[in-house]
Design a protein around this ligand. Sequence first.
Ligand SMILES: Cc1cc2nc3c(=O)[nH]c(=O)nc-3n(C[C@H](O)[C@H](O)[C@H](O)COP(=O)(O)OP(=O)(O)OC[C@H]3O[C@@H](n4cnc5c(N)ncnc54)[C@H](O)[C@@H]3O)c2cc1C
Length: 451
Amino acid sequence: MQNSELPRVLVIGAGLAGSEAAMYLAQHGVPVTLIEGKTLKLNPAQKINTYAELVCTNSLKSLDPNSAHGLLKSEMLAMGSFIIESAKKHAVPAGDALAVDREGFSGEVTEKLHAHPLITVVEREAADPMKLKEEFNCAYVIVATGPLTSKSLEEWITKEISGDDFYFYDAIAPVVDADSLDLSKMYFKDRHKNIEEGGDYLNAPMTKEEYYAFVEELAKAEKVPPKEFEDWKFFESCLPIDLMAERGKDTARFSCMKPIGLEPDINGKWPFAVVQLRKENLLGSAYNLVGFQTRLTYKEQVRVFRMIPGLEEASFIHLGSCHRNSFLNARKLLDWDLKSKKIPELYFAGQITGVEGYTESASMGLYVAFQLLRRIKGEEAMRFPVETAMGALVNYIMTIEKPCPSNINFGLLPSIELTKEQRRGDRKKLKKQLVATRAQNVFQSFLSELR
Ligand SMILES: Cc1cc2nc3c(=O)[nH]c(=O)nc-3n(C[C@H](O)[C@H](O)[C@H](O)COP(=O)(O)OP(=O)(O)OC[C@H]3O[C@@H](n4cnc5c(N)ncnc54)[C@H](O)[C@@H]3O)c2cc1C
C-alpha cells in the first residue's frame, strides 16, 4: 500500500498519550487529525496552552534501566518514542531521573506536531468521537483525553461505551512488597474457611489495644486536602479508611477490618480486628491492603500503616491516594489492543485506560499507535510479553478485576525464584536486577521478531 493511500486516524487529546500516538502514526506515513481543546479552555489542572503538559511535578521518574520506570522508558525509546526523545532534549539535572524544563518540553512537542506534514491540528472540544470521525473523514479514532476528560465527552463515553464501567474518582489502597512483611505475625486464611486450608488472603490480626491505637492515629494523621476542582463524593461502600476512622472508632471494625470468619488467628486467639492483604499479582510478590484507600499524606501512610502487625518494616511499592481521575474498566470494555469491544474503530489510550502517570500514559499512546498501525497494514494485533514493562502494564489493566490505576512497578512483572545461593545476599536488589535483565532480553527478541 502506498503511504498516500493509508486511512486517516483521528486522535482526540494532545496530552502525553495523544501526542505520542499521533507522532508515531504520522512518522509511519499515516495521516492524522489531532483534536485538542485546551487552547479554548484550560482544565483546572492546566496552566499553559501548549500540548503534553506535565500538570504537576516535572519529573518523568527514573532512567535507570534496572528500575521499573527506567525499563519502561528504554522500551519506549527502542520503539522511537517522541515523548521520551523530546523530554531528553529538555532534561534538567535530576540524578537518575528524567526531569524536564516543562515549558521547553511542551513547546517542542507542540511545535513538532504542528510542523509535521501528515498531522492536522484542530483546536476544539470533542464531544462525539464518531461524529467527528465522519466529519474529518477518518477510518479510526483514538480517544486519549486523560484523567480530566471534559464533561461532554465523558457523557458520550458513558452513554455509548461504558455505562457504569467508567470511573471518575480514583481511590487507591497502598501496595506492599511481600518480601518486606513479617509473616510470623500474619496468617493465610479466607473468610469462613479453615486456617488449615490456607487461603488467598494474608491476615494481620489486631488486639483491642492495637486496633484503637491504630484508629486514633488514622483519625488524627495529616490528610491531603482536595484540589479546588475536586468535590469528594465517596461511595458508601468504598470509603477511605481514614474517613471511617473519623466517623467512629468502631466503624472500620464493622467494615473492611471486621474479624468475623477470620478466627482463630495465628495464635489460636479471636482477633479484635483484622487487616486483610490480597495478592496484587499471581506470584504474590506484592500485596494490596484491602479497603485501605486513603487521603493520608504519603509520610503519614508509612508511619501509620507500619503500626499494623507484620508491617513494621513494610516497603511500600506504591502508596494510597484519592483523586479525580476518569478511567475505564479496560478488562470489560476493551480488547488487548485497547480498541473498544463495542465499536472496533474506536481505541482508547493513556491514563483513561487505567494506567497512572506521565510515562505510563505516553507508553499506552505508543502501544495503541503500534497496534493500530499493524491493523492498517493488514497485520494481526500483537500481545507484548508480560515479562516486559509495556506488556506488564497492558496485562495489568486487562486482567485486574476491580480496576485500580497503577504506575509501572516490578510487582506487575512476573517474579523470579532465587536459588538458595542467591538468597544469601541482598535478595530484593538481585530479584529486581534479574527481572530487569529478563525484561530487556525479552523485549529485544520481541522487537527483532518484528523486523
Ligand atoms: C492534579 C494532577 C496531578 C498529577 N500529578 C502527576 C505527577 O506528579 N506525576 C505523574 O506522573 N502524573 C501525574 N498526574 C497524572 C498525569 O497527569 C497523567 O498520567 C498524564 O497526564 C496522562 O496522560 P494522558 O495523555 O492520558 O492525558 P493528559 O496528559 O491529561 O492529556 C489529555 C489531553 O486531552 C485534552 N482533552 C480532554 N478532553 C478533551 C475533549 N473533550 N476534546 C479535546 N481535548 C480534550 C486535554 O486538554 C489534554 O490536553 C497528575 C494528574 C493530575 C490531574
